[in-house]
Design a protein around this ligand. Structure first.
Ligand SMILES: [Zn+2]
Length: 706
């Protein structure tokens, strides 16, 4: 009954869309969007409808914190951005519209979307009359259907030969076995200025479709095609008593370290704990303070050593010597840095902010560094202080020393004689669900090796490596200081960019710091700006976090498969992951045989993910990174694949959820309510177990060469 009502509603929607397309005009059938507002200094993850592609290009050029690939929906560009209320206001003035506050900063209790605007029907003017121009030819690139949670969805990609015409409208019509029909519009997808294809987000349908046809506003018609079941692959059934569900809360790096130690003790015969060779900076920062009033005249003073190295609490002040004709001078005694300002013959203070900063920076091997606050250059230096230097870090349970990143090595024969599989997670600090995925995976293998013959046999045949948290320093900062922290905790900035007001923007994007297809090689999707969300670092592999991943892979040449676990959005991807802007030249495409292996294996793994709670990763989001997400210069999977010959995939866990009430797909964000994160851990751990089976099957026909 329910399904039937939905179907009626759908049919009405199709008619409505047709009506809107035939009679374009202002305000057609589009409910007004509710106002989504942020306080000026509030930071949030917001789904934004951009004014045009130029606005997106400006955002990317400016190093905007894009959470996933901007999508084309209803003919408009939709992007998820981490931004402040002020930045959002600016964007809105330039024609953007906020669609969804996916998640606010530090709102532990309300981390799901608060509201969502109703769908706006497309009202594009200038729709061409059918037959007014040359007829184009249409070709289906994808035609799929699947069922999840009792609801059937369809998805299609169609290419038109009229690829240079931005106004071509393409509509897909489906028919079910019992004769029901419906249709939905596709939207043009361009990337880097080049037409790719037309597509739409998955659409609900009343039952299994048996035929798709596509028509265009230029009069083109496709041949009817029979849509395929996606992914049409199921993992072996889990035997009765199969053990799972080992994660009951989010895990900080401190928790993860304890979990790794426990697994090492509990399963000695199956596990080695590997200390990776490159220690990270640790949860540490330089201690800093504003000397003066940042709104008037100030100098930023910071310690050269980290705050925890005896520098937190050190005091800094300027004094008037009270006598005429004194030079500017500095003294450090009893943890107080005293700067005595210069005076003229009349005893009036003459030092400027620049003088004071230069003095602090002058000594060789200086203990302190200083920069003049933006807008304070050349101003008289006030008599002020003392102020206390502080590193600003809030986490009290985190040891303040360099961190040793660890890997688990799991298998019966950990001697390089078995094919190796590497799973690694949390390159990006804020992706809290990702270490839950890799740890649930590790625990499933270990626990079931004792109780399930198939798992025991699997661990005879493979050599599994797991790095649950690649970026523990950033993760600690994300848990304790700023939940949207993506990068690591180093600060490569110089000058004014070291101002503590930028503290949440420092760090290197670990997954842009690798050597193949990098920013330094001229590829797109990373930044030279130390404050950008995708800052590539000072050089390829400048960061210990990225060196650890590569060193582990190089030290174990039996590793032939790898999975880089990220969140969110529900993607399953493989190389190439980057292209050059000019002409959109990607890294070399895999051979036909390798592409076949990537796709066939992906379908198995997507099927295993779906087996856990029905989550189906869309066919439109399964494919090469450069095609389905964006160009990510210098990402780890590309180095593993092109340099080390490893079949290297990426997960973006956390698929959009279908909201039956609104008929919209909704984003889940980086730190969803734990129930959702738990679900993601369960389903993607199932996907990783299937990856191990893929590797085992590969090894059966391609024995490991030692
Ligand atoms: Zn990520």
């Amino acid at each position: 009954m329910f399904v039937r009502r939905r179907w009626t509603a759908l049919a009405t929607t199709s008619i409505l869309i047709a009506a809107v397309l035939s009679h374009p005009g202002p305000g057609a059938a589009a409910p007004a969007a509710p106002a989504l507002t942020l306080a000026p200094t509030e930071t949030a993850l917001v789904r934004v409808q951009l004014a045009d592609r130029a606005q997106l290009d400006r955002l990317v050029a400016g190093g905007a914190d894009l959470a996933n690939r901007p999508r084309s929906r209803d003919g408009r560009l939709i992007a998820d951005l981490v931004l402040t209320g002020r930045q959002l206001t600016d964007l809105t003035r330039q024609g953007a519209t906020a669609l969804q506050v996916v998640q606010r900063a530090d709102d532990g209790t309300r981390r799901i979307a608060e509201s969502r605007r109703a769908a706006q029907e497309r009202t594009r003017a200038g729709l061409r009359a059918s037959g007014a121009a040359a007829v184009d030819t249409l070709q289906f690139l994808q035609a799929y259907w699947w069922t999840t949670g009792g609801r059937t969805f369809v998805q299609a990609q169609v290419a038109t030969t009229a690829s240079d015409d931005p106004d071509v409208e393409i509509t897909v019509t489906w028919r079910t076995a019992d004769g029901a029909t419906g249709s939905f519009p596709l939207y043009r997808f361009e990337d880097s200025g080049e037409y790719q294809y037309h597509y739409a987000l998955p659409q609900p349908a009343p039952g299994r479709p048996v035929q798709f046809t596509a028509t265009s506003s230029l009069g083109g018609t496709s041949r009817p095609v029979t849509p395929s079941l996606w992914p049409n692959a199921s993992p072996p059934p889990q035997p009765a008593g199969y053990q799972k569900d080992f994660i009951d809360a989010y895990l900080t790096p401190v928790d993860i370290k304890a979990r790794i130690a426990r697994l090492g003790r509990q399963y000695r015969d199956l596990v080695d704990v590997i200390d990776l060779p490159n220690k990270t900076q640790g949860y540490r920062r330089n201690a800093a303070a504003y000397l003066g009033d940042p709104a008037a005249a100030a100098v930023v003073v910071e310690s050269v050593r980290f705050g925890d190295q005896g520098m937190n609490g050190v005091q800094v002040r300027t004094v008037d010597p009270g006598r005429p004709s004194r030079p500017l001078s500095m003294r450090y005694r009893d943890r107080v840095l005293t700067i005595s300002l210069a005076t003229d013959r009349a005893g009036k203070v003459t030092s400027t902010t620049d003088d004071v900063a230069a003095l602090i920076n002058a000594p060789r091997g200086a203990r302190f560094r200083a920069t003049v606050e933006e807008g304070s250059a050349g101003l008289p230096m006030p008599v002020t202080g003392p102020v206390r230097l502080d590193d600003g870090l809030q986490g009290t349970e985190v040891p303040a020393r360099p961190w040793t990143v660890q890997a688990l090595r799991i298998g019966k024969h950990r001697d390089g004689s078995r094919i190796g599989v590497l799973a690694y997670s949390q390159e990006h600090a804020r992706e809290w669900a990702t270490p839950l995925v890799t740890l649930e995976f590790a625990e499933r293998l270990l626990a079931n090796a004792r109780t399930d013959a198939a798992t025991r046999k699997l661990l005879e045949q493979v050599d599994v490596f797991v790095i649950p948290t690649v970026n523990p320093d950033g993760a600690n900062y994300s848990f304790h200081d700023y939940n949207f922290q993506r990068k690591n905790l180093v600060n490569h900035c110089a000058g004014e960019a070291r101002d503590p007001k930028y503290r949440n923007m420092w760090g290197v994007d670990v997954n842009r710091n690798y050597t193949v297809g990098s920013l330094f090689d001229g590829y797109v999707g990373a930044s030279t700006n130390c404050l950008a969300g995708n800052y590539a670092g000072t050089a390829e592999l400048s960061e210990p976090e990225s060196r650890n991943v590569i060193d582990l892979a190089k030290a174990h040449p039996n590793i032939k498969f790898a999975m880089n676990v990220h969140s969110y959005g529900g993607y399953f991807m493989w190389p190439p992951g980057a292209y050059k802007a000019d002409g959109r030249v990607t890294l070399p495409r895999p051979s036909i045989d390798e592409s076949t292996l990537f796709l066939a294996s992906a379908r198995r793994i997507v099927g295993a993910i779906a087996a856990e709670r029905g989550t189906v990763t869309w066919p439109s989001q399964t494919g090469p990174v450069a095609d389905v997400l964006y160009s990510a210069a210098g990402n780890s999977a590309d180095q593993l694949y092109y340099e080390l010959g490893i079949f290297a995939w990426d997960f973006e866990v956390g698929n959009d959820r279908w909201n039956e009430a609104t008929g919209q797909w909704e984003g889940v964000g980086f730190q969803p309510p734990f129930d959702e994160a738990h679900g993601e851990a369960q389903e993607y751990a199932g996907g990783l177990v299937e990856l191990v089976r893929v590797a085992r099957d590969y090894a059966a026909s391609n024995p490991v060469r030692r």
